[in-house]
Design a protein around this ligand. Structure first.
Ligand SMILES: Cc1cc2nc3c(=O)[nH]c(=O)nc-3n(C[C@H](O)[C@H](O)[C@H](O)COP(=O)(O)O)c2cc1C
Length: 392
């Protein structure tokens, strides 16, 4: 859906190497997709033996060919290569996830855990470059987070750049930082020229909200070649890549149509995604949350279609996880907003400097205290004035 709305490249979710190697590739002629599936035999005395099929990875060449990067979770060069070779002919590049801080990834040494084992990280990348990227003529890339100091980040990036990768995505937060915190850009003026000097492209990630944000970032960093990756903002509106993004209602309807066509069996994912698209205070939020079947989702969507007063007619924005619901005019202002101050602050920040979010929160709290004091003073003044008295 993002590709249809102006995005250039999409990454699959992180898929673990051991999982993808267990799959069987099938051509799904009904959907016109290529599916990587695992069939699990289910034994049941009551219902008889059956097979449960789960789709681990599905791609539609008609929609994604030329623009799809497969993201791998791995902590082992040999398994990583086996996994990448399995899917490489159906995708346009392989990216190694070195940024996921979630235990399902880190407990096995994958994701952000690789940032602490740079030799292993680089051995996986080198193996992917030599055994998959070169023979198949496809790019190998990786996505990292910042480390705590410029020195350690620079040293890691130098090591990674020597592996033969063609792109490095930098999520400008450290492993311990959450998405609601401002990304740290202060190392970028050192890191970007370093990566580019090796002939490797750079993609920046972290709280970018729109196409305009990416253009602003290029302006502030004085570099027209940097790419921007948008995650949560696209998760709450995949049309955010377009110069004219669409409101929540249109987005949900389009998304549900796509799900019905391509992933009708994956109700948990459909619900997760729809609840990201619908403003929390919309009356349809709880209706979608209580939906259990695809028919339920469609029933709610049909009801929503003709409702012109609900918040779904507006635009949902998650700016550092603050949910804003904006009118068309407010949204147009928002996506066209120049954010040079914000971006310059991120660039000039020193380790330990507060988040812009914390500064704004403090300013808001101070303003609220000032308003309360002013109200109290007014009331005190009013109490001092003689009261009107009525006499019979
Ligand atoms: C629900 C969810 C799932 C994510 N899954 C992945 C993933 O599979 N691979 C990955 O590299 N990053 C993943 N991320 C992290 C995002 O790609 C991105 O780095 C992060 O959200 C910061 O970007 P943003 O500020 O634009 O959201 C995920 C984030 C969220 C919220």
């Amino acid at each position: 859906m993002s590709l249809a709305h102006g995005c250039d490249l999409v990454w699959s979710p992180e898929i673990i190497d051991k999982k993808i190697v267990q799959t069987t590739r099938i051509v799904n002629s009904q959907l016109n997709t290529v599916d990587y599936v695992i069939d699990q035999p289910i034994k049941s005395k009551k219902h008889g033996d059956s097979v449960k099929r789960s789709v681990v990875f599905r791609t539609s060449h008609a929609h994604e060919r030329g623009n799809l990067i497969f993201q791998l979770g791995s902590a082992d060069p040999t398994v990583a290569v086996d996994a990448a070779l399995k899917v490489i002919d159906d995708v346009d590049g392989i990216d190694l996830n070195c940024g996921c801080p979630k235990p399902f990834s880190t407990h096995a040494g994958m994701g952000a855990a690789l940032l602490s084992t740079p030799d292993l990280l680089c051995s996986i990348l080198k193996a992917l470059v030599e055994k998959v990227g070169k023979p198949k003529n496809k790019p190998i890339s990786c996505k990292i987070r910042m480390l705590d100091t410029l020195e350690s980040t620079t040293s890691l990036v130098e090591q990674i750049c020597a592996t033969g990768i063609t792109n490095l995505t930098i999520h400008c937060r450290t492993r311990d930082m959450r998405n609601r915190q401002d990304p740290r850009w202060m190392y970028l003026p050192t890191l970007i020229p370093l990566v580019k000097s090796k002939g490797i492209s750079v993609v920046i990630n972290g709280n970018l909200q729109s196409r305009t944000d990416i253009l602003n970032m290029r302006k502030v960093l004085n570099d027209e070649e940097i790419g921007g990756m948008i995650a949560e903002a696209a998760e709450c509106n995949p049309s955010v890549f377009s110069a004219t993004p669409q409101n929540a209602k249109k987005t949900v309807l389009e998304f549900l149509d796509l799900c019905t066509k391509f992933q009708p069996e994956n109700l948990a994912n459909i619900k997760f995604m729809i609840l990201n698209l619908v403003p929390g205070k919309s009356k349809y939020y709880m209706k979608f949350a209580h939906s259990r079947t695809l028919e339920d989702f469609h029933k709610v969507a049909d009801e929503m279609k003709d409702d012109d007063s609900d918040l779904v007619n507006k635009f949902l924005v998650k700016d550092c996880q603050k949910q804003l619901v904006l009118t068309q005019e407010e949204y147009t202002d928002f996506i066209n907003k120049e954010r040079p101050d914000e971006m310059k602050y991120a660039l000039s920040r020193k380790p330990g400097d507060p988040d812009r979010g914390d500064i704004i929160k403090k300013q808001e709290q101070e303003a609220a205290v000032a308003r309360k004091r002013a109200r109290e003073a007014e009331e005190e003044q009013a109490n001092k004035k003689p009261k009107a008295v009525t006499c019979n």
